[in-house]
Design a binder for this molecule. Sequence first.
Ligand SMILES: [Zn+2]
Length: 150
Amino acid sequence: MLTWKDVIGFSVNGNPEPDRRVEKSEAEWQEQLTQEQFRITRLKGTERPHSGALCTTYDEGKYNCVCCDTPLFDSTIKFSSGTGWPSFTQPIRENAIKYEKDTSYGMLRVEVLCNTCDAHLGHVFPDGPEPSGLRYCINSESMVLEKTPK
Ligand SMILES: [Zn+2]
């Protein structure tokens, strides 16, 4: 299980190797994504709180990257944080997520990206529930829910 110490370590010393890489030009991403998906994932945007379709969904399944379809999180590690963005306590796999220091807006935060295609997903904070203590705060628009067939 990853903790805040691991997250800081990745952001300072480098991230785990992804299983594969997906690289496309800005024009190709623009073609594939909606305007809002493109703004958030490729231009590091943020959706308005409580606006995302996946905020209040707790169906079983995997949350995949909207850009490259790599599984990032799953419903067993989703929790209700009350922040207005989908929140998770762990990635689905250690090498699914990439961490980078973000000093924009005069704050020191850790940005969370897809480790396969570098899509901006959101940020991770050290105020999540035990045992990991992590809160991955992720834009709905950056993910698609692949529901588990019933
Ligand atoms: Zn991706």
